[in-house]
Design a protein around this ligand. Sequence first.
Ligand SMILES: Nc1nc2c(ncn2[C@@H]2O[C@H](COP(=O)(O)OP(=O)(O)OP(=O)(O)O)[C@@H](O)[C@H]2O)c(=O)[nH]1
Length: 344
Amino acid sequence: MRMGILEKFQQTICEHEAEVAVLFTGSKTPLYIILGLACSLLLSLAVKNFLFDHYLLASLLGLFTLLVLIDVIALHKGKTIPIHTNIVVTLLLICLGLTIHQVDISAIFWAFPIAIAILYIVPLKTAMFFFSLMLALVGVETFTQVDSSTALRTCVALSLTMFISSLIAQHMRRLQRSLKEESIRDPMTNALNRRQLSSHLSNCLARKQRHGIDSVILLLDIDHFKQINDTYGHAMGDRVLKRVTQTIFNQIRETDLLFRVGGEEFILLMHDIDLLSARRVAEKLRLSISEQAILDHYPVTVSIGISMALPHIKEDDWIRQADSALYNAKDGGRNRVSYHEVSA
Ligand SMILES: Nc1nc2c(ncn2[C@@H]2O[C@H](COP(=O)(O)OP(=O)(O)OP(=O)(O)O)[C@@H](O)[C@H]2O)c(=O)[nH]1
């Protein structure tokens, strides 16, 4: 018996919401700690500079703290940060330059934690730009204020810190990207997993409402898959699943999205396509799967239900319509395509 596609979909949305909540608290805490420490430190430096009559530097440090606080509050509320990170970092470098130049050359040591913090705040390419500025600043100040041997060692040490931390940051970002890719795809078929479905469907429905752009879903189900498993074993069942999805991937456009929504059930989401073209695609997929003779003595076929996005339809109803079209295709003898009729 097939579990209702709608129940599976609703179950997925609940799982997804729970995961997002955990991620939110998990990922923001270290950021708050770093920014909290930085703000307290810079605020006390602002006060100290004010007391020592360095008014410009004190005001810039105060302004920096204020801008960071504005961004942190926006971040905490889940809004886009109002002050661009490039502005914040530029202000920080101006403060560093002024301190080294006007107050104390030993402030050069702050360049090291600042370099590491920059990698956390801005993209790698932008960080490289800020690093060049920092090195130029530190180079000019050290070579004019201390002996050349100390200046050279300071610049080499700072360059090494920047280089090593950039390598680590690059590696971490690559790892993060591949983990994200793994977390959104089903490892066996490489189709997107069910969690990704809701956001893509709601985007399509919004585009239909705002711009009238059509989207269609094809709900595909492998026929008598239980029997395939029972006759040939689970390993062969898995191979059938891979061959079927590979066949689908070979036929669709890059912009089309394939989701695995159940054991042997898939949703193909196609953008910017009318019903007639969607029916042609569905028919082509059905034929290419059935004509492949994936198993020697058993026909592997799929049934397909089609449903178009309507202007005010809800995600659940859109899927429900594809599901009822799929039910008709199964009921009509399987290995066929059926579409949901839009009532006048
Ligand atoms: N090999 C394999 N089997 C799976 C996987 N996920 C689900 N299944 C099996 O898929 C079968 C689905 O069976 P049913 O829902 O009864 O559907 P069906 O036999 O295809 O029948 P119809 O859909 O009515 O044509 C079940 O036996 C599941 O155990 C998987 O990842 N690999």
